[in-house]
Each structure stands twice: as structure tokens, then as C-alpha cells.
Write a protein of this length. Structure first.
Length: 366
């Protein structure tokens, strides 16, 4: 691999991830955390990466940032930020990018702030390092950014230490720090998980406003489809280290194609629903050291057939702009599911298969 722009790259694509594979080498074996991920984000858009815990979402973001730690390694693939391949960029070049062109908001803001420095100094340090500002210029800009992200009395709060502010204010400090250098790409990894519902709504509104005002491109990682619906232009659904579905956010909610996405949708609470319990997807995400053959979702899928356990399906464009990794939608195998309708994910706790369609024989598995 080299660090020149890939041939034929679209000029408005900011981030282009190609066949990314990231493994962790442990005493128990090789953890295939990310196992061939492909997606692209256009400039100024918000793309969501959604899936259960353990699907590889956070490892994907850490791979982009090259913050994997000792046992993690990008073993294959490319990560293009415009004309630079981050997967092979020397570490000294990555250091210059992190906090500048690339910024990240982490899930636990209080644990990411240094407890022995004032929050204003921590925001200012980023500006000194990446913008070449003097200490006075950086401090003034830090106070301005803290005010811009909605921290009241920002001049006084800038002098506070992390333990003296709330979780919601700590997340606002992280957003101010991440956006202070006007990054090309902001990665937000579960930015509201540790916050209560009211503060979550405030932080999402803040991110939306800042993205609109500053035009920042965002990769938003979450397990919450409600957050995806509220924030994103496009969404990639991730399972067992792979993208299993990718489309624009409206299409995903109106017409989910992958059985895993169906299950996630069925588990969303609906106002006025009188069910005794929420739907769940049976089973768990597979062991990433000992992945099953074939489709990784097959052991949990109510539609699974023999082909599903034998061969892994490719990611295909089932409809214009709508990609899916499932044999049900593949033209060579889709006939095996003719006459079957979508299952009712509410019936859980036992093996559930789709029931034959009505006498019309129509197929409705899309």
C-alpha cells in the first residue's frame, strides 16, 4: 500500500475505508474484531455505525485513529482520509493529525480528562499543539469554545478541574476540545451513553448545531437506533466485525433488508405498545476468536438455510444505494426463500422460523 490518493476516488468523499481488518493477538487466540469493513463518508455528512456491543464498532473507530494499543494490529485494508492512507501513515504524522484534522469524543468523558489540569488548560493545549497559538490566545479561544458549547459562565468554569464539573459538562468540554481545531472528521463513540436522558438530548442537540454551524463530518458510533434516526444521513449496521447493511437513514427505517436489522428494529420500544416484554434477538454475538463458518448471523437467524452456514454472503447492492450482506437478497440464492414472510421477532425464547406466505405465494422478505 502507498500513501497516494486511490485511483478514481470521488472528490467529495472525506473518509474511505476499504477492506479493513483489525485483529487482537491474545493468549487465548486471535480476536478478529474487524474482519473486512468497507464504507465511505462524504464531506459534511453524519454517518452512523450501529450494532450490539462486541460487533466491532469501537475497534473500527480506534483503527481509524490508530489508537489500538499493543495487542491490536491493522492486518489488512486501507483507511483514506482524502489523499492520505492512515493505515500506513508513520506514527509521527498520525500524532499531528489527532486533535487536528482528526478528533474523537469518547464514551466516558470524565475518564478522558486529566484530573490534575484545569479544563480550560486542556482545551487550550490542543490549540497550542495544532494551531500554534500562544498560551494567552489559546486560553481565550478555549473559553470561547466552552461558551459556544453551552457551558454557563465559561470563564469561571474554564478554571475548574474535571472533578468539579458534572458529567454533562465534561462531555461538553470534550466536544469543545474536539471541535476547537475545526477537524475534518469527528468520531463520536457512544457520546451520550454515560449520561441521563435529559442530558443526552442536550448533547445530541449540541452536536447537531455544531455540525451545522461548522460543517464537520461526523462518524457517530452507537447501539441506539433512536440516536441514529435523529442524527444521521447514512447508517451502516455492523455485526461480528462486518458491515451487514448500509443505506441512507430513511431507507433503513422504512425498509430494513438484513434479518439482523429487522431484529434491532423490532426491539425498539414504541409509545403505546402494550406488549408484556420487548422483542429480543435470540443468542449472542459470536466468539470473535472462533467465528462460525458461513454467515456470522446464521446461528441467530430465523430464516437460516443450509447455504447460510456453509458460505459467507458478500455485500451486494440489493437496491439502488442499499447494500446488504445476506443470501436472502442474493440473486443466486433468493429463490430458496420464495413464499416466506418476515418473522415476528416478538416471539422469543424458542426457535422461530418464518411462516409460509398466504395463498398468493408472494415473497416478502425484503
Amino acid at each position: 500500500m502507498n500513501n497516494t490518493a486511490p485511483p478514481g476516488s470521488e472528490p467529495n468523499i472525506l473518509l474511505d475505508v476499504k477492506d479493513l481488518k483489525t485483529y487482537f493477538y491474545t493468549e487465548d487466540g486471535v480476536v478478529q474484531a474487524v474482519n473486512g469493513v468497507d464504507f465511505a463518508i462524504r464531506e459534511g455528512q453524519v454517518m452512523g455505525l450501529v450494532g450490539e456491543s462486541g460487533c466491532g464498532k469501537s475497534v473500527t473507530s480506534l483503527s481509524i485513529m490508530r489508537l489500538l494499543g499493543g495487542s491490536g494490529k491493522i492486518v489488512e485494508g486501507e483507511v483514506w482520509l482524502r489523499d492520505r492512507n492512515l493505515a500506513t501513515l508513520p506514527e509521527e504524522e498520525m500524532v499531528k493529525l489527532r486533535g487536528g484534522a482528526l478528533s474523537m469524543i469518547f464514551q466516558q468523558p470524565t475518564s478522558c480528562l486529566n484530573p490534575i489540569f484545569r479544563v480550560g488548560d486542556q482545551v487550550a493545549e490542543v490549540l497550542i499543539q495544532h494551531q500554534g497559538m500562544t498560551k494567552e490566545q489559546a486560553w481565550n479561544r478555549a473559553v470561547e469554545m466552552l461558551a459556544r458549547v453551552g457551558i454557563p459562565d465559561a470563564g469561571r468554569r474554564a478554571k475548574s478541574f474535571p472533578h468539579e464539573i458534572s458529567g454533562g459538562q465534561a462531555q461538553r468540554v470534550m466536544i469543545a476540545m474536539a471541535l476547537s481545531c475545526l477537524p475534518d472528521l469527528l468520531i463520536a463513540d457512544e457520546p451520550t451513553t454515560a449520561l441521563d436522558v435529559t442530558i443526552q438530548a442536550q448533547i445530541l442537540e449540541l452536536m447537531r448545531r455544531m455540525q451545522t454551524e461548522m460543517g464537520t463530518t461526523i462518524l457517530l458510533i452507537t447501539h441506539d437506533l433512536g440516536v441514529i434516526a435523529e442524527m444521521c444521513d447514512h447508517v451502516a449496521v455492523m455485526y461480528a466485525g462486518l458491515i451487514v447493511e448500509y443505506t441512507d437513514v430513511n431507507t433503513l427505517f422504512e425498509d430494513p433488508l438484513h434479518p439482523y436489522t429487522e431484529g434491532l428494529m423490532a426491539a425498539i420500544p414504541v409509545l403505546g405498545d402494550v406488549r408484556d416484554s420487548l422483542a429480543v434477538i435470540p443468542g449472542t454475538v459470536p466468539d470473535l476468536i472462533n467465528l462460525p463458518p458461513g454467515c456470522k448471523f446464521a446461528p441467530r437467524c430465523p430464516y437460516a438455510r443450509e447455504v447460510c452456514s456453509q458460505e459467507a454472503p458478500p455485500l451486494i447492492e440489493a437496491k439502488p444505494g442499499h447494500k446488504v450482506r445476506c443470501w436472502i437478497l442474493h440473486p443466486q440464492t433468493s429463490a430458496q426463500w420464495a413464499g416466506y414472510t418476515k418473522t415476528d421477532w416478538r416471539f422469543t425464547g424458542e426457535e422461530v422460523f418464518a411462516q409460509p406466505a398466504a395463498a398468493t405465494g408472494g415473497t416478502d422478505v425484503s
